[in-house]
Structures are given as C-alpha cells and as structure tokens.
Design a protein around this ligand. Structure first.
Ligand SMILES: [Mg+2]
Length: 201
C-alpha cells in the first residue's frame, strides 16, 4: 500500500557535523585542528568562555551563513529512490524559524534551506524529484506537529524523540527515530540504510 511519509529536515536529511566544526573554528569559538562532531562542538563551546550564548550564536550561523558546509546524509537519496519506486509519496516537514538567534546578517533560514535543497538536486526531476510545495517550514514544534496531522502522514522520520513523542503527535502515524540510540518506547535507526529497511518493509 502506498504511504505518505513525512521527513524532518535538520539533522535528519541534512548533516551538520562538518558545518559545526568549520563554523566554530571560523567564529573563533573553538581552537585546534581535527574534525569534531556536532556533539563535540556543543560540549566544547558550552564549556568555553562563550558558553550557552556562543552555542546559540553558532547554531544561528550554521543554519544560514555556513549552510553550504552541510551535506545530505548518506543513504537518503537511496531511500527516496526506493520509496518512489514503491509508489510512496514524500513530504519534508521541518521546524525552522525564519531568522536565527543572534544572527547579525539576518539571513532568511527557510530560503537558505530551499536554496541548499536546490543545489543538492531536491527539485530536479532526475534527482530527488521533490515538488517545492512538498517542503514546508514551521516556526514552532507545535506548528510542525499540526502539519504532520493535517498532511495525514502515515509514517514520520525525525532525529528528535520530543517531536515523535509530542502529545499532539497523531497516534496512527508510525514513528521512526533517526538516532544512534533509542529508548524502550522508541527504537532508533542509526542510518538511512536501516531506516529504508524498516520504513519500506
Ligand atoms: Mg531535526
């Protein structure tokens, strides 16, 4: 049976490990060399002299100014191809505010994300073949969950348990957590290869 599958964007489709590592150095928030994961950058910046404010400033810049350093998670394109071959429809439903905190450039983050998708073939018929109308951004988690309900997604993939376990999340929608580690009530799928098997099984 063809399904409507909803997918989160930040840290589910788009991988920011390199972007955080690069931006944190470029902004002088961490020193030294060697690639860091997003979690390592967060730990270092929060415990450094710039603290929580530095971390929020960095996030505001990564999702805009440094977005070109983000990549598409390995295996996502294969998932899209397999899902489309089985007749499933896909939606990208993202919680993203228009502007980041502490961003001096006031970059439009939703426009930046759409541009980034365009550069990565999301809207090419021969690429990932999304219609721009199948991508939506919502300014709060409540609005995002409401969009999941309104769209009628039969499955939803997200990196954040708090989205999938939100009280407003529709009970009939199957929940797939894209994360290294899950919880008793919410198993995790650490790669898109694992997600593809589970979602399209
Ligand atoms: Mg996310």
């Amino acid at each position: 049976m063809p399904m409507l599958i909803g997918i989160d964007f930040d840290n589910t489709i788009s991988c920011y490990d390199h972007a955080f590592s690069y931006a944190a150095r470029d902004m002088g928030l961490v020193v030294g060399c060697g690639e860091l994961t997003k979690e390592e950058v967060r730990t270092r910046v929060r415990s450094g002299p710039h603290g929580e404010t530095g971390w929020q400033r960095l996030q505001g810049r990564v999702y805009g100014h440094y977005l070109e350093h983000a990549s598409v998670f390995e295996g996502f394109a294969d998932f899209v191809g397999s899902a489309r071959a089985r007749g499933h429809r896909l939606r990208i439903i993202s919680h993203k505010t228009r502007f980041g905190h502490f961003d001096p450039d006031r970059i439009d983050l939703t426009a930046a994300a759409r541009d980034w998708m365009g550069r990565h073939g999301f809207f090419d018929a021969a690429g990932l073949a999304f219609d721009p109308a199948e991508v939506s951004f919502h300014p709060s988690r409540d609005d995002k969950v409401a969009a999941i309900v309104a769209t009628g997604c039969e499955a939803f993939i997200d990196d954040l348990p708090e989205v999938l376990l939100d009280p407003g999340f529709p009970s009939a929608t199957r929940r797939f957590l894209f994360a290294a580690a899950g919880r008793e009530d919410l198993p995790a799928f650490p790669t898109w290869a694992a997600l593809t098997k589970a979602v399209l099984a």
